[in-house]
Structure formats: structure tokens, C-alpha cells
Design a binder for this molecule. Structure first.
Ligand code: ZN
Length: 141
């Protein structure tokens, strides 16, 4: 069966979506959640691990924490970028305070840090807060 693998950020089911349907509001076959929500979704460690391992569509993770001022400043920019990148990439947020294990696993030294995963591998990472336009440029670049 062809198609791009996308892990449901709600129930964790791995879906296959034809490439030309990525922009057509695809939904999870198991729970019906939007697979391309067009906004930043908060994930836990298990969902992040599964999506980073399986997804064929770029997964951009914002490692953040509530005590981090620059992270809070970047949050609305990251959300805006998620809307602009709908159908191209999924943007998710991992609260490193609530879920410390993934930042240790990926060697995160400072936050905010973004990592893009595609096809089970880390493609690139970037530290420091950025405005929406720069985030979009970085993901597309
Ligand atoms: Zn689902």
C-alpha cells in the first residue's frame, strides 16, 4: 500500500495517507482525529518516539518548558508556522519539564530547540527562538 506514514498524535495509530491527500484534511482511520491539524500539538514522550520513528512527513519538534521565557515568546510563532506548513510538515511541542526523557535521549542542551525528524532520522536541529517566517524558512530550507 502506497502513501506517507503519519502517526496519529491523538491515539498513536500509524496511518498511511496518499501524498495528494495530505492537504485535503486527512483523518485518523482509528479515532478520526485530524492528521494534519495545521496547529502545534502538544505530545508526550511515547507519541513523540513513535512519530519520530515512523513518520514520512517531516515532524518538527519544539522542545520547550513553561519556565523558559524565550520558549513562551516563540509559542505563538510556532503555532503560526504550523498553520503555514499544513500539508507539508507537522509541528509538535514536547514539554521537557513534564517529559524529560526525550531531551536526554536527543542530547538537548538548551531550549527552545527544534529538531526535524523524517523517515525515522533526525534531519536537522536549531536552537533559539525564531519568528514564524524564519521557522517556515528553516523547515522548507
Ligand atoms: Zn487516531
Amino acid at each position: 500500500m502506497a502513501g506517507k506514514k503519519l502517526t496519529c498524535l491523538d491515539c498513536g495509530q500509524v496511518n498511511r495517507v496518499p501524498e495528494d491527500k495530505l492537504t485535503a484534511g486527512p483523518k485518523c482511520g482509528t479515532c478520526g482525529a485530524a492528521l494534519m491539524p495545521g496547529k502545534a500539538i502538544e505530545v508526550d514522550a511515547a507519541t513523540l518516539a513513535k512519530a519520530a520513528r515512523n513518520d514520512d512527513v517531516p515532524l518538527v519538534v519544539d522542545f520547550w518548558a513553561p519556565w523558559c521565557g524565550p520558549c513562551r515568546m516563540m509559542a505563538p510563532e510556532f503555532s503560526k508556522a504550523a498553520g503555514e506548513l499544513r500539508g507539508e510538515a507537522r509541528l509538535v511541542k514536547l514539554n521537557t519539564e513534564a517529559h524529560p526523557q526525550p531531551s536526554a535521549q536527543h542530547g538537548i542542551r538548551g531550549i527552545p530547540t527544534m529538531i526535524e525528524f523524517t523517515g525515522g532520522r533526525e534531519k536537522k536541529r536549531q536552537s533559539g527562538a525564531m519568528p514564524a517566517g524564519q521557522i517556515v524558512g528553516w523547515v522548507r530550507g
